[in-house]
Design a protein around this ligand. Sequence first.
Ligand code: NAD
Length: 466
Amino acid sequence: MDIDVVNPADGSVLATVPLTSAAQVASLAADAGRVFRSGVWAGLAPRERAAAMLRLAGLMERDADVLARLDSEDAGKPITEAREGDIPGAIESIRWFAEAADKLAGAAPSTAPGVLAYTTREPFGVVAAILPWNYPLAMAAWKIGPALVAGNCLILKPADATPRSVLHVATLALEAGIPAGVLTVATGDGPTTGAALAADPRIGALSFTGSTATGRAILEASARSNLKRVSLEMGGKAPHVVMPDALALGDALIDGITEEAFLTAGQNCTAGSRVLVHESIHDEVVVRLAAAASALVIGDPANAETQVGPVIDDAAADRILVAIASAVERGAVAVAGGREVPVLPRGRYLAPTILAGVDPADPILTTEIFGPVMTVQAFATREEAIAMANAVDYGLHAAVWTQSLDDALALARGIEAGTVSVGAYSEGDMTVPFGGWKQSGFGGAEKSLAAFDQWTRVKTVWIQRP
Ligand code: NAD
């Protein structure tokens, strides 16, 4: 059976890729195991693996325009976003982890006289990664980098909707001299291909990025099969906390909130979709956010000036429009957007939407909408802001807008999230870990040296004078 890859911009079929069956997953895992045990990759010196990974980064740079087009077409992502954000980020990730290859070290603990103990960080052998559709190559690169550098053989399952950039990178890996079987792509859907990977007894570790519901299913599959190590990066409901002195930050505040919340049409795990504003400046911030959101350019993702493209499919568009309509029915006001915009036939384009005056009991405040929708609520005190920020099951990201060091430190300490940025909406660069708290994830971060915890296991060697 095959899967059609459909362009969300206009509903056209871009390609057809195989749906990898459970039996084929088993055979790919067995092949990867043989490659791992042969030592053609794991047996290299880390610097040699680094050299091959740096060649891969160079080839990705050579093909950057192709990769940007593939991600833009598959995910409906504005081409400028893919060209300037996702693809350079993916290349940087491969390069950063390659450069880290020989910086990974174990330890030699101080034990007792007559004993030498040391620890090493060993690859698992065969590992897997299951990816979401919203950042196809960027998320893949966060996993390919550390998994391969650590010496593993990786089976990567791209999302059903967005396989083509990852397939292209797999061919570049061969061109870079990375042996066949070290990086394998298994295209397919969740129930067949993804579920088979999650249950496969040969796979020692699995890193997942996607929705919280799927993360639960993968964890259960691990528990029922070989207890493979599972790392989960899942959904979010990120707050912005805007303190009373934040207006002085000017455009950095308004543009920082709007551009990020509507990146990839708001289909972003870290989308800052809940804006919490001090009551003294609430009304002014609402007006300014509405103006900025209304000025964003909605259009064909292939156009360089487009800032907001389509949502991924009909089901997503219908779900988002129902959530907006239900919030409005309960008394919310759409101060921007709130409607569908005709751009290309069969594409579903939603105007960036800002809802004010939302009923505090409306589920739109706590569920991940995964679309171009932002809510704005007022708070009176810093303590109330922290309580509101934490009143969701998620804890992936948060941003704090203030000039007060006291407020910045208190909010950074009080907000339950894997990353809190102050004075900007930023996930930081490759040097810092990225991971979720609460139902946004656990089991190891992405980026930075911390990412190797997902892809290596510790061995202790204890040598004692007989
Ligand atoms: P999804 O959970 O529907 O799918 C993700 C992947 O899981 C796909 O490859 C899918 O085929 C696979 N899958 C589905 N069912 C499966 C099963 N039973 N067993 C194994 N695999 C299965 O998510 P999505 O719609 O592709 O992505 C959107 C979600 O991803 C959002 O919730 C978003 O917040 C989250 N996300 C999180 C991060 C992060 O870093 N925390 C980054 C990007 C996206």
